[in-house]
Design a protein. Structure first.
Lengths: 129, 129
DNA sequence: CTATCATATGAATTATTGTTCATATGTATT
DNA sequence: AATACATATGAACAATAATTCATATGATAG
């Protein structure tokens, strides 16, 4: 079957198929597709935002804007269990968003990066329009 | 049982329990807790980032940085089905991140806000360190 | 070495979410 | 009215992830 719509210039293209609906403007489609950042970078950006996309982690980050804190104090601020906080700190650690230092038994966490504050400021502004 | 640790000043407090581990520094905990933005605002921020936290939506947004586009062209750029794109556009629409205009049968989407670009710029910078 | 305290982590459970498939809505053309 | 096309949407399924519970690790004090 395969309804063929290409009336002219059939030799060009590469592999612009795969979508059941035809694109209305192949030139723009191609131009925009080429201007898109690397697949990997886009994936990383999404991963970063995914880490920000949980209210527990948002609250942890906002708490750390105020001051470095140990795990049990973060748990105290958020009124959540130590375990839950620790799991989320691990996520933040893996994303390189927090750093930590050990002092005896307790571990103090703080934010790793200035960009975090900027990103959050913009987000707050966006929400408050 | 309930091991009581409060040695002094038992009259203060409100309801700082609920965590099995005691906080090491109740004063700081209380101060930081009071400085945290409203629960609702924090929730909204997390919701906003959640929307950004999917690579399909990130790619749609980045495509729209280049130019307003119709649904089938976005599908063409991302090489995905019209249905998948339409579902994600609905999410972006509900988050007030995109706006649209109808022209005959086709619907053109574009970004609703300048903050989006700023937030993404910061995110890219953060990732590239 | 043992007990204790702060933190980390594995497993299980529950909830959320992205994509597909099928179909509906809405607009224009004949 | 009937057809064709662009977009939207509901249901189902698969994958991901947040919290709890139980327990492990690591450090200090006795």
């Amino acid at each position: 079957m395969a309804e063929n719509k290409n009336t002219a210039a059939d030799t060009v293209d590469e592999e612009l198929k795969a979508t059941e609906t035809e694109t209305s403007n192949p030139d723009i489609v191609k131009a925009v597709a080429e201007k898109l950042p690397d697949e990997e970078l886009l994936y990383d950006v999404a991963e970063l935002f995914k880490v920000f996309g949980d209210s527990t982690r948002v609250r942890i980050i906002c708490a750390l804007f105020e001051s470095e804190m140990c795990v049990c104090d973060i748990a105290g601020v958020l009124n959540m269990t130590q375990s839950a906080i620790s799991h989320q700190l691990r996520v933040l650690k893996q994303a390189r968003l927090v750093k930590y230092r050990r002092e005896g038994k307790t571990v103090f966490y703080s934010l790793a990066d200035k960009h975090i504050q900027t990103i959050f400021d913009q987000a707050f502004e966006h929400i408050m329009e």
